[in-house]
Design a protein around this ligand. Structure first.
Ligand SMILES: [Zn+2]
Length: 689
């Protein structure tokens, strides 16, 4: 495409069945936001569009389980999600929801046009049915074995293990997710999109047309699907939650959520255009508009095969120029999971790291899962903050601003003679908008964020090399030039950091007394390359304010502990409690003599890994007990520990040591042993009864 006149940027519509977490930000919303902010800064006409997907099949499923209405769920999470986006500076031009009237109308019209044009196949077929729940089973309502990878918990629409998308009837050994029943089959009428008919178009458009400019992970997935052979896909469902099928005789049926959801981009654009006095059709129907879909890898089939086939079949719409899907982000080595609570929730993050949105934006970008799955760790988050944002970016700005205030009352000084180094640095600065911009345009946001940090590095090194705090004592005139140059770098940073670190950019512009982004006089992206001077002599700046602050170990330890607690809670849930043993008489119990004792000495039994030899004061005497606890405790840490001891257990030789009794133990959820000890310190020899 020649230079586009305008850009329509869409970010995957989040399901309103839970809050959003770092995986969503890293995979979709932050990269799309960097892209949109960058384009706006270069003066482009941009519509950055999103909204809540409120017809997701998981929603009525969850409502049924919780005994509330689907509307309750979507209202709650639409609010939470929308707020999280605002809090993290995700600069959507419009955030809509698919339960809105405008979306219902738009999706109905879209379907009707395709229906009238004969783009669907109408077919009565046998579908899975749960007689007890009185419901047809598709998508999330049915689980079974994936026909492709044999994963046993595959959903009816897509296998989470291998990513294959299929029909519910393809599942082996299907089971109803509502009742657990084995489904029967029942006949029902549905409308199908004949994807096989669009195969030639998809081959030409993607496999030939986008061989070079689409990301290899996206291109590869599309290629494998097309080459596996495409089949008709049902675009309607027997459900009561969704957009009614606008055809006579289709009562009780709704549009399949994956038919209506991407149309949500169009209806959200309509909503925005009406508010802003624009023509929405320019953004969806004109050839000089560049359409880009930002999504996660689990959505590739829908955005690269199904939705484009719909757009093509409808006939009036443009197709996406690119679909830069990301791979998945993991958390501390494990897959992010809403149901297992294995996540960093955005609303919780902000409670624990207030006003530090940019730290998370930066970490997630520097570590973005662009070409393969990647891992988020709290240690790395701390390192990115402390070693890069604080030590390089923040440190540089702070020194420049403090020194300018100290030596020149906050007035940009007049430079005298530029040395060769000064000139090299000023020239290098002018190159950054181009290098960062090129990476952004190729959807390489990690690379772009590293280039941004390189600009801060350049400034930091310049100041460290030139040492104005030393030179001031011998050559004040030279310091004027050094700070003038350093201030130009600071202003450049304020501009080019905006897509990545919008909150920091605003703060920095305020410190440098530059017009905010919303102002017409604000510096634009290309000004950094083209303007001779960004901060002119005699311009006055404000006092220094910290852009970033160091994150201490204890904050990180608290986050790691929180995740460990989640792991324990998950393990607890899974743990099967042993059944009760057979009944005994009271006499049987009283035969056991259990006393409280204190461990006086402990050592490892030679040539063993599990056994500790203990000297225990049990009140009656001090005796030797061998206990298999060495994998849970070191000898030193248990000296002085009070324990419960079965003292009248017949003594026996263990590894050559006579053991006189047994210490009572239990297990922790992590699989470690724990002592059974009295809640208060008691005398040795006290009976447990
Ligand atoms: Zn599978």
């Amino acid at each position: 495409m020649n230079t586009p006149k305008r850009y329509t940027i869409t970010a995957a519509l989040p399901y309103t069945n839970g809050p959003i977490h770092i995986g969503h930000l890293a995979g979709v919303y932050v990269p799309a936001d960097i892209y949109a902010r960058f384009l706006r800064l270069t003066g482009k006409d941009v519509a950055y569009i999103c909204g809540s997907d409120e017809h997701g099949v998981a929603i009525p499923m969850r409502a049924k389980k919780e005994g509330i209405s689907p509307q309750d769920i979507i209202d709650k999470y639409h609010g939470i999600i929308k707020q999280s986006f605002v809090d993290f500076g995700i600069s959507f031009d419009n955030y809509s929801r698919t339960s809105s009237k405008i979306h219902h109308e738009t999706a109905s019209e879209f379907f009707t046009k395709m229906y009238d044009d004969g783009e669907f196949i109408e077919e009565v077929s046998a579908q899975l049915y749960d007689a007890e729940a009185n419901q047809f089973l598709a998508d999330r309502f049915v689980v079974g074995t994936c026909p492709k990878c044999s994963f046993e918990e595959s959903y009816g629409d897509q296998c989470e293990n291998c990513g294959t998308s299929h029909n519910a009837t393809d599942l082996i050994n299907p089971k109803s997710a509502i009742t657990g029943n084995v489904p029967t089959v029942k006949e029902t009428k549905h409308w199908f999109l004949p994807l096989d008919k669009h195969e030639a178009f998809l081959r030409e458009w993607i496999l030939e047309g986008h061989k070079k400019d689409w990301k290899p992970n996206v291109y590869g997935q599309v290629k494998s699907w097309v080459e596996d052979g495409l089949r008709p896909r049902a675009v309607t469902r027997d459900l009561d939650w969704g957009i009614p099928v606008p055809v006579k005789g289709a009562e009780g049926k709704v549009l399949y959520v994956w038919f209506d959801a991407p149309i949500g981009y169009i209806s959200s654009t309509k909503e925005w255009a009406a508010r802003e006095g624009k023509n929405w059709e320019d953004y969806w129907k004109k050839d000089d508009t560049k359409l880009v879909h930002f999504i996660g890898k689990d959505n590739i089939v829908f955005h690269c095969i199904i939705f484009p086939s719909m757009l093509k079949a409808h006939g009036e719409y443009i197709l996406p120029e690119n679909v830069p899907a990301n791979e998945f982000l993991n958390l501390e080595g494990n897959k992010l999971s809403t149901s297992k609570n294995w996540a960093v929730w955005l609303h919780e993050y902000l409670e624990e790291f207030p006003n530090q949105q940019d730290v998370l934006r930066y970490t997630l970008t520097a570590n973005a899962p662009e070409s393969k799955d990647n891992d988020f760790t709290w240690k790395d988050f701390q390192a990115k903050n402390n070693n890069e944002l604080v030590a390089i970016f923040g440190n540089f700005i702070n020194r420049v601003v403090v020194l300018t205030n100290k030596y020149y009352d906050g007035i940009v000084p007049t430079p005298t003679n530029f040395t060769e180094v000064d000139q090299e640095v000023l020239t290098a600065v002018k190159g950054f908008p181009n290098s960062i911009g090129k990476s952004i345009e190729r959807y390489r946001f990690r690379e772009a964020s590293q280039e941004l940090m390189n600009l801060a590095r350049l400034g930091n090194k310049y100041l460290a090399d030139e040492e104005p705090w030393k030179v001031i004592k011998i050559d004040e005139e030279r310091v004027q030039t050094i700070l003038f140059v350093a201030l130009q770098i600071s202003a450049a940073l304020a501009v080019v950091s905006e897509p990545f670190l919008p909150f920091t950019s605003t703060k920095l512009k305020n410190i440098l007394n530059l017009s905010p982004q919303t102002d017409a006089k604000a510096l634009r992206w290309q000004d950094v390359s083209e303007k001779e001077v960004l901060l002119p002599t005699n311009h006055s700046i404000n006092k220094a304010a910290l852009l970033f602050s160091k994150i201490e170990d204890q904050s990180i330890d608290a986050q790691v502990a929180k995740l460990a607690a989640t792991k324990i809670a998950n393990a607890q849930e899974k743990k099967v409690v042993d059944p009760q043993k057979e009944t005994i008489d009271f006499e049987d119990f009283t035969k056991m003599d259990i006393r409280i004792g204190t461990i006086l000495e402990a050592s490892v039994v030679p040539k063993t890994k599990k056994l500790l030899q203990l000297k225990v004061d049990v009140g009656i005497d001090v005796r030797t007990i061998v206990s298999g606890i060495a994998e849970s405790f070191s000898p030193e840490e248990i000296i002085g520990q009070q324990v419960s001891v079965l003292v009248n257990l017949a003594s026996r030789k263990i590894r050559g040591v006579e053991s006189q009794g047994m210490i009572l133990m239990t297990d922790t959820p992590e699989g470690k042993l724990a002592f059974v000890e009295p809640e208060k310190v008691v005398k040795n020899g006290q009976q447990v009864s």
